[in-house]
Ligand binder design. Structure first.
Ligand SMILES: Cc1cc2nc3c(=O)[nH]c(=O)nc-3n(C[C@H](O)[C@H](O)[C@H](O)COP(=O)(O)O)c2cc1C
Length: 208
């Protein structure tokens, strides 16, 4: 019998967590290639940790351009959604609760990770001194400097918000919730003392 509060149940909205241990999102770069698909190894990994009160899954791109590191899983193709379903089924079978971390990394990626495209961001300003893990098709994947992104157009923003996040919510593969990560956002860089791109007009905030 545990008396430590850590092991006491917790109500989180409509969810009843069996304890207060929360596994944070941790990128593992283990998705199947090609296609960045969640797989059986990932199902085993998360099921082994289902005893935590809540698992926040690793950062998962909602759009091909939102992928930062090589081999991270996506959730924008039917194959990827099916891959995540086997993960959530394995976690639920062990009585676990899991959220997806939906992310779009903005400028903190590299053309090698996004099919040769130029990364998109709020402004066309490079994240100086920031490196990302790439697979450039050689036998030597590794960390490289980011490049200068292009500023998102309104159409880009609509695509990411509308066709990305909202569509994925509808097709959510039985996650119990979402954690949204505009990863490497200006606030995060500011907190770390890094370079901060100038703000755009504040017309794109609000609830998802
Ligand atoms: C290997 C590794 C991968 C990580 N991947 C992610 C990620 O995918 N998304 C995210 O938001 N944070 C990620 N993080 C940050 C962790 O969530 C963070 O380290 C954790 O919440 C503990 O916080 P602390 O490092 O400030 O103590 C990662 C950390 C590590 C060590």
């Amino acid at each position: 019998m545990h008396h430590d509060p850590l092991f006491c149940p917790l109500r989180l909205g409509q969810l009843h967590l069996s304890n207060r241990i929360v596994m944070p999102p941790m990128t593992r770069s283990r998705a199947s290639q090609p296609g960045d698909v969640a797989n059986a190894m990932m199902a085993t990994y998360y099921a082994q940790r289902a005893g935590a009160g809540l698992i926040i899954g690793e950062g998962t791109q909602i759009d091909p351009l939102g992928k930062g590191y090589a081999w991270t899983p996506g959730i924008h193709s039917a194959e990827q959604v099916a891959g995540w379903k086997q993960v959530t089924a394995a976690v639920h079978a062990k009585g676990g609760i899991m959220f997806a971390q939906l992310w779009h990394v903005g400028r903190v990626t590299h053309p090698d990770n996004i099919g040769g495209a130029q990364p998109i961001s709020s402004s066309a300003i490079k994240a100086e001194g920031v490196k990302v893990f790439v697979d450039n098709g050689s036998d030597a994947p590794g960390f490289v400097e980011t490049v200068t992104p292009r500023a998102m157009t309104q159409a880009d923003i609509d695509a990411v918000v509308g066709e990305g996040v909202c569509r994925q919510r509808q097709r959510r593969p039985r996650f119990c919730g979402d954690s949204h990560s505009p990863c490497h956002d200006p606030g995060r860089h500011r907190r770390r003392g890094g370079p901060v791109p100038p703000g755009r007009p504040q017309c794109h905030g609000g609830r998802l």
